[in-house]
Design a protein around this ligand. Sequence first.
Ligand code: GDP
Length: 601
Amino acid sequence: KEETPKSDSVQKELRSPICCIMGHVDTGKTKLLDCIRGTNVQEGEAGGITQQIGATYFPAENIRERTKELKADAKLNVPGLLVIDTPGHESFTNLRSRGSGLCEIAILVVDIMHGLEPQTIESLNLLKMRNTDFIVALNKVDRLYGWKTCRNAPIGKAMKLQSKDVQMEFNNRLTQVITQFKEQGLNTELYYKNKDRGETFNIVPTSAISGEGIPDMLLLLVQWTQKTMIERLTFSNEVECTVLEVKVVEGHGTTIDVVLVNGVLHEGDQIVGPIVTTIRALLTPHPMKELRVKGTYLHHKEIKAAQGIKITAQGLEHAIAGTSLYIVGPNDDLEDIKATAMEDMKSVMSRIDKSGEGVYVQASTLGSLEALLEFLKTPAVNIPVSGISIGPVHKKDVMKASVMLEKKKEYATILAFDVKVTQEARELADELGVTIFIADIIYHLFDQFKAYIDNLKEERKKEAADDAVFPCVLKIIPNCVFNKKDPIVLGVDVVEGTAKIGTPLCVPQREFIEIGRIASIENNHKPVDYAKKGQTVAIKIIGSNSEEQQKMVGRHFEIEDELVSKISRASLDALKENYKDDVTPEETKLLHKLKRLFKIP
Ligand code: GDP
């Protein structure tokens, strides 16, 4: 095997920065990719642009050509730009290595007509989590009413050609978007007005249909990365490689699509991920041929970063998207490398709650699993996780989640992110009482889970309503005994606490005799559910058993006696457990007082 001699790296050789496109659905991510790829293809010459597996390579020469109108005299040191072809969070989260991002810069696409949308914010959160730099493409400017097309022009030039009305509408919408970003805690500014690049993120207006602003976008990507990331972009022989996709290809069996971020891969290299195997073939598509057409792959003896590559090898069906690939060099110990590869998985696994109580989390790749776990851990969310899995939800996952049924029922849930649920798994979940939530936006999962928990709490409250007793002290108003017994109907002043329907009452002065529960309350002849301290209301008391039904005003107790909530250890516990947030500090004080009165330890 050939190794590049060390002396070669004296003059710093740079690799291409890697760029991802993210944003809400339908903002034009795919179209934007087509647009930057397509322009040159139409001219019959791809201008050196090559399609790779999962990525497109734009050589510096091509970018220089397309940005010359900007007169930026683009001095490009990087060999080009590698843009990942599958837009969205999946590729981005899989471009990872031991928890850090491998994507140098992202294009966050925002539809100028719609502003920030749920997946924009999701993308933003992912970018923040990985600390990844990005520019905002404010796309679809051609949809501004009255827009004059200025094909592939720099945005400044295109903007000058627009009418006052168009410019005004543009400015209004831009201001709105900047405000929305501000609400997300981010400063953004039109790139040619941005004086504080670094703190303030650049916005480039674009049209993926007519190409306005595309030169600006390309130039920004390249200039900014080579200006701020020279260290990071310095070519190194240390292989950095991440699995974007695991898929079956006819004639090749299970293959992996990887992005080689740094270093060189050779045919025959021993690779270690969750699997150990040997590279059978390194493949890229044939130039100028449609991707994914059978038999159009080029074989390579070796490939140098940064590139998108398809690898064929034995045993790849056990590979996992989002994991790093390690190469066993001539002086390396296989066991060491295996341990390193396992560390990567373990660092994700370690986010599982040690208490063993928590929900079950499932995602399609290690990258998205990591992002989801990260999100669940944030203080605002704070959902504990007891188990994780990658791939579709199977019966065994439901079985594992069902363990929680005995420990903490509400955690017998599977939060499934971007994965399928098999029919058997769904049936088993229904049978066992495991709840499965599915979403392709992380915080939608959270919203669903939260709604479920809130609902559950409400149900528990209802169930506990008879046991949980709110404290109250009532004074009978003389001349307001409307019925002496069965049911007792009285006018009362609420002296302390809250009288609620269902509250059991007793008379402390008469050896705590129990007289029944409040069955209804009327305030000014209107039925109400409760009456607060200071209110005067009529209440109906119905005995819960025949003994209580015998109790009579004037015989078993007198109108001078206070009526007090009948509390017990059990009622206090039920109240604390289910109504913690509903008890006021004043009521808590009263409860303490009653506790002493009832001699509850
Ligand atoms: P993605 O879901 O973000 O990949 O969005 P697509 O690239 O599929 O675009 C969604 C729709 O918006 C398609 O109908 C595109 O033709 C349209 N579209 C994308 N970019 C532009 C643009 O700059 N201007 C206009 N007018 N339409 C666009």
